[in-house]
Write a protein that binds this ligand. Structure first.
Ligand code: HEC
Ligand code: HEC
Length: 336
């Protein structure tokens, strides 16, 4: 009898496990245990669904968002480059119009409290408005996007199913794109594995990590290698070429300051800086070593540059290479 009971219990267990496996659970964006708390607090209660993610992904890769249906978000944000614009110093929008800034990676957005090089947007849902309406990028009007999507039977049905709306509104479009963008979490690089104790650094990588922590982490701090503060790192003399943070705050002290970028996936996102004017990591290191331009908003910590021998520069680059997350580049959920 006891045997029969335990047998039945065993069958019950197997069935439970099996049925749980069949029912797909969608947890939304991964929150890696070694990351800090998310900065986009308003996302804590957002309901994420697989269908919403797929709809957001479709919108991200659909040129319908641009004025002449030639450019999608994915044109300038490519997965192989951690969703940055591969091989472009400045972005190329509709009709081959040249933008004025370099397209950064799209990754770990939930941990940013501002977006864009100048921090012009604070809420993750509002990101898409800027590229859609930027004349040099998609040059479309959001109201026209709303009209186009409402005329499209696929989108109408999808928005109805997911957000229970008969008519698609701007905020529904923004929310769907957020469902896709928020999922773009990059947290499986060798550096992450090192932190979890499942990857051993080579001696060069270890040396590089130590140097990086001493010389770079005052600004590129923490597991995301940034505190996201606006600064000027002296790579050009003339702050009027692009006034950066000033354009948002109108505070003269902010002229020529830009958001300190996260360095995750940095090896696969050349060229560098807000205008893409530095082509390689070697040149970035040489910039900090010998190329600092004394302009009025230069961060005081960089006044004397960061003296580094060639070997030290190489070690830091070895460390930066451990920030490349191949899983992120190849994750088929995010692909076109
Ligand atoms: C023509 C190229 C182009 C297109 C199209 C484009 N982007 Fe961008 N994206 C850029 C550039 C350039 C920047 C940097 C702009 C700045 O900082 O002023 C950027 C910045 C961003 C950022 C900021 C990342 C950060 O860490 O601050 C996000 C997110 C983003 N884009 C998402 C999108 C989405 C979503 C779309 C489609 C609705 C889109 N982009 C379309 C070029 C483009
Ligand atoms: C005083 C703060 C500060 C220090 C110290 C600092 N950086 Fe930066 N770093 C910045 C800022 C700000 C930017 C963005 C500048 C811009 O685009 O105008 C930047 C940009 C970069 C970029 C370009 C990233 C991209 O996606 O374009 C790299 C790479 C980089 N830094 C590496 C380093 C390394 C390596 C060190 C140490 C040797 C270092 N930084 C030290 C503030 C700093």
């Amino acid at each position: 009898m006891i045997q029969l009971k335990s047998f039945l219990f065993f069958v019950f267990l197997i069935l439970t496990v099996f049925s749980c496996q069949k029912e797909e659970t969608w947890v939304g964006p991964e929150i890696p245990s070694h990351f800090p708390e998310i900065a986009q607090k308003n996302m804590q209660n957002r309901k994420f669904t697989k269908e919403g993610f797929l709809l957001g992904k479709r919108l991200f890769f659909d040129p319908i968002l641009s004025v002449d249906s030639t450019v999608s978000c994915g044109t300038c944000h490519q997965q192989a480059g951690a969703f940055s614009h591969i091989d472009h110093d400045l972005s190329h929008g509709v009709m081959d119009r040249l933008g004025k800034r370099n397209a950064p990676a799209i990754q770990n957005l939930l941990w940013n409290n501002t977006f864009f090089w100048d921090g012009g947007v604070q809420h993750i849902d509002l990101i898409s408005l800027a590229p859609i309406e930027n004349v040099l990028e998609m040059d479309e009007k959001i109201n026209n996007v709303v009209l186009k999507l409402n005329r499209n039977s696929y989108y109408r049905q999808a928005f109805k199913n997911i957000y229970q709306v008969d008519e698609i509104k701007t905020m529904d479009i923004m929310a769907a794109i957020t469902e896709f963008q928020a999922m773009l979490v990059s947290a499986k690089s060798p550096y992450d594995q090192f932190l979890k104790g499942t990857y051993s650094f080579t001696s060069a990588e270890l040396e590089g990590k130590k140097l990086f922590e001493e010389k770079c982490a005052t600004c590129h701090s923490g597991v995301l290698q940034s505190d996201f503060v606006f600064r000027n790192n002296g790579f050009q003399l003339d702050n009027h070429l692009d006034k950066g943070r000033y354009e948002i705050t109108l505070n003269p002290e902010d002229e020529g300051k830009f958001k300190t970028p996260s360095l995750r996936n940095v090896a696969i996102t050349p060229p560098y800086m807000h205008n893409g004017s530095i082509a390689t990591l070697e040149a970035v290191l040489e910039h900090y070593n010998s190329g600092i331009k004394q302009n009025p908003s230069l961060d005081p910590k960089l006044k004397n540059g960061i003296p580094l021998t060639k070997n030290e520069q190489k070690a830091i680059i070895a460390f930066l290479n451990t920030l490349t997350d191949q899983n992120f580049q190849k994750d088929s959920r995010f692909g076109f």
